[in-house]
Design a protein around this ligand. Structure first.
Ligand code: C2E
Ligand code: MG
Ligand code: MG
Length: 742
């Protein structure tokens, strides 16, 4: 049976193991990814900050570079000469304009005279018409004017004077043609101090460096600013970093843009993937481990549940066992709701189960029990408890609305269901069920007491002929007490010699009227109980095992007597319990040898019960007896329901027609017909007939007419003591002149 985890068990596992593991996995994953995101973002942030600083530094460097470049030509005697003294455009182009373009990469160079008029212009390394200056003049003019002012103030003289004064210069960022440019203006002054002009009237060198694509390309190369570019307007792309370039007045002249380095993001994509993979892998691993843990804990749980089930259930039928039944009975008693609901305990015991088990084997016995369990469980309600209490015993705790009537209806249904044939290993088997019912009253609080009462009722059902239900009554308890007292006293009586004796009731040949023998009948006189009838104490002895010593006592007495009167037939009643004992035959032969009685003088009286109960054992023993010459008589013939049938199948020498038939021979013709049929049938099978309990002359005459063989009854003689029968036998031995009329 594959194990299915029950809902609470699964829930317990999820709550105690799965949830914490999943929670810690998620917390770990969240912590690691948060830390990773934070650290990579932080790394990107720092890198960007660094790149900003770099951009700032680059611009500062470029701003510082331009005046420095200019200084190399501006502070030069030759340049002063070729511009202010004797303007030589070719020289100027070669040594200033082109040179500055080629060497420093300046985009444009202008030379202005003392009136700020251009005398030379260079654009992109080419000498161009000075009118080109006009296009930029408006933008450049403020810088030019600022320098003029400072020159007028004698800054150049201060420089020539040394003392660490800087060469006069005005540098700044401004916007030309929409793009930011770096402009630097320096005076053209000889380095020797020979060549000078009035303050403020120097020729000026103007250099312009465009912050354009070419410039950006250099930046990208020199400073590793990826895709660096300059733009007029801010970019809205989140992938671009931009640094605002401020002009001399602090206004935004343009932007330096680049694609920022994102080592964090790169790291995140690389490690993140590996980390996610690792996480998925470890999650799978953890879940696999959990699955195995769950499987093994399920197996443990399954083991526990199975063990619990086994502790509470019968393995063969799967029904509750005795322990569980007891527990359920306790619960039912606590939970019952009188008067709306009644509870009864039904104790069931199969009839004839032992024979099925013995004849068809244990496997068949098991099959039968299983099928019985199935049939019974079809009849019980959901609130009822059906249990197998052991062997062929079942118990039911039955809840019913209408009390006893309902309990009995269930019992009847059960008797019907079990009475139907069972198909066991290809053969049809019949069993019955006896049921003891006890209605649980409000005063019943002791479970053991209730079970005891049910047992008593069951015992009564069995004694009353089986296959029926008997409801417990208080009087049964008295009967039981009685039986208990009988048992105790009988046990005692068997230990001593003064209470038990054997009476003998003579048997007479009907035709000759001669005594042919006697039936041994046990007698018991007890000081407390008085004379106790065998009808009372024999069943008790049978039920308690006392029948063995009791039966042996009777047999020994009877055989001892028989030995002394050879030819006299001594009949001894043998209980089915004795006959069932496989060693009984052996014991009987021992006694015959011990006492010296002729086996042919012994007649064992058996009842139909033994044939019903243990066909094979009985038939076997009977054959053994007959083989040894012992006669077999079927006692109380006609009281069982299959008498005639058995006669054909089992070897008996004699039938004893029961007193109940003989007593009716006085009144009706129908009884005569019945007895007539019995006699005819027996004779046809070569079986002798004894009539028991003959009390009247009328009975005797009918029996004579019916051709009975032997008579027994008060009319002829009651049971008598041993000395009495002995003297009767003695007299019978004496030679008779002629047969006495009977
Ligand atoms: P049973 O074997 O059918 O014995 C005949 C019973 O009928 C005897 O009763 C006997 O006293 C009684 N009886 C004989 N003639 C008459 C009569 O004309 N009228 C009436 N009303 N009764 C008559 P008892 O001795 O009380 O025994 C009763 C039963 O107890 C016996 O019935 C037998 O089944 C059993 N029993 C007696 N002794 C033994 C014994 O030693 N062993 C066993 N196993 N059973 C015994
Ligand atoms: Mg008898
Ligand atoms: Mg009898």
């Amino acid at each position: 049976m594959p194990f299915k985890a029950s809902f609470p068990e699964r829930w317990r596992f999820q709550a105690s193991v799965l949830a914490p593991v999943v929670f810690s996995l998620l917390v770990t994953a969240a912590t690691v990814s948060t830390f990773l995101l934070w650290s990579t973002a932080d790394l990107d942030d720092r890198t960007l900050r660094h790149e900003y600083e770099l951009a700032e530094h680059i611009l500062a460097e470029k701003l510082a570079a331009l005046p420095h470049d200019q200084l190399s030509v501006a502070n030069w005697d030759d340049a002063f000469e070729k511009t202010a003294l004797q303007f030589d455009p070719d020289w100027v182009h070669k040594n200033i304009g082109r040179w500055m373009h080629a060497y420093f990469g300046h985009d444009r160079t202008f030379v202005l005279d003392e009136a700020d008029q251009p005398i030379y212009a260079m654009n992109n390394g080419h000498r161009v018409d000075v009118v080109q200056y006009r296009a930029d003049e408006a933008t450049l003019r403020p810088l030019v004017l600022r320098l003029r002012t400072r020159l007028r103030e004698g800054e150049l003289v201060a420089y020539a004077g040394g003392a660490g004064n800087a060469f006069p210069n005005v540098t700044g960022i401004t916007r030309l043609g929409g793009l930011p440019v770096i402009v630097s203006v320096s005076p053209l002054a000889g380095e020797s101090g020979r060549l000078t002009r009035a303050h403020g009237e120097e020729f000026l060198l103007v250099s312009v460096n465009d912050l354009d694509a070419a410039f950006a390309k250099d930046l990208a190369r020199d400073y590793l600013l990826e895709d660096a570019s300059f733009s007029r307007l801010p970019s809205f792309s989140t992938h671009r970093a931009q640094y605002p370039i401020l002009d001399m007045d602090g206004r935004i002249a343009g932007f330096l843009e680049w694609t920022p380095n994102r080592p964090g993001a790169t790291m995140l994509t690389r490690t993140g993937l590996a980390l996610a993979g690792g996480f998925v892998f470890s999650a799978i691993l953890v879940f696999l481990l959990l699955y195995r843990l769950w499987r093994s804990s399920s197996a443990l749980e399954q083991g526990r549940v199975e063990a619990q089930h086994q502790a509470n259930h019968d393995i063969l039928t799967g029904l509750a066992n005795r322990a569980r039944f007891d527990e359920m009975l306790g619960r039912a008693m606590i939970a019952r709701r009188p008067p709306t609901e009644g509870i009864a305990l039904l104790m069931l015991d199969l009839d004839r189960f032992k024979q099925v088990n013995d004849t068809l084997g244990h496997q068949s016995g098991d099959d039968l029990i299983r099928t019985v369990a199935q049939r019974l469980s079809n009849l019980t309600g959901t609130r009822d408890t059906l249990a197998r209490l052991g062997g062929d015993e079942f118990g039911v705790i039955h809840h019913a609305r209408r009390g006893l009537a309902d309990h009995l209806r269930l019992a009847e249904k059960m008797i019907d269901a079990i009475g139907k044939p069972f198909e066991i290993m290809g053969s049809e088997v019949f069993v019955g069920v006896s049921i003891g019912v006890v209605v649980i009253g409000e005063s019943d609080t002791d479970r053991r007491d209730i079970a005891r009462k049910a047992d008593i009722a069951l015992y009564e059902a069995k004694s009353a002929g089986r296959n029926r239900a008997v409801v417990y009554e208080e009087t049964m308890d008295e009967l039981l007490q009685n039986r208990r007292a009988i048992e105790a006293e009988l046990r005692e009586a068997l230990r001593r010699t003064d209470q038990l004796s054997v009476a003998f009731q003579p048997l007479f040949d009907l035709k000759t009227g001669r005594i042919t023998g006697a039936e041994a009948l046990v007698r018991w006189t007890n000081p407390q109980l008085g004379k106790v009838s065998p009808v009372q104490f024999v069943p008790v002895a049978e039920g308690t095992g006392l029948i063995e010593p009791l039966g042996e006592f009777v047999l020994r007495t009877a055989c001892a007597m028989g030995a002394r009167f050879p030819g006299m037939r001594i009949a001894v009643n043998i209980s089915p319990v004795q006959l069932r004992n496989p060693r009984f035959a052996e014991r009987l032969f021992d006694l015959l040898i011990e006492t010296g009685m002729q086996p042919t003088d012994l007649e064992v009286e058996i009842t139909e019960g033994i044939l019903l109960d243990d066909e094979d054992v009985a038939a076997g023993s009977l054959r053994t007896f007959r083989g040894a010459g012992i006669r077999v008589a079927l006692d109380d013939f006609g009281t069982g329901y299959s008498s005639l049938n058995y006669l054909k199948r089992y070897p008996v020498d004699c039938i004893k027609i029961d007193r109940s038939f003989v007593s009716q021979l006085d009144d009706t013709g129908s009884s005569i017909a019945i007895v007539q049929a019995m006699v005819t049938l027996a004779h046809a099978l070569d079986i002798e007939v004894t009539a028991e309990g003959v009390e009247t002359e009328q009975q005797r005459s009918v029996l004579t007419r019916l051709n009975c063989n032997t008579l027994q009854g008060y009319l002829l003689s009651p049971p008598m003591t041993q000395p009495e029968i002995e003297s009767l036998f003695q007299r019978a031995y004496a030679p008779q002149p002629e047969p006495a009329p009977v």
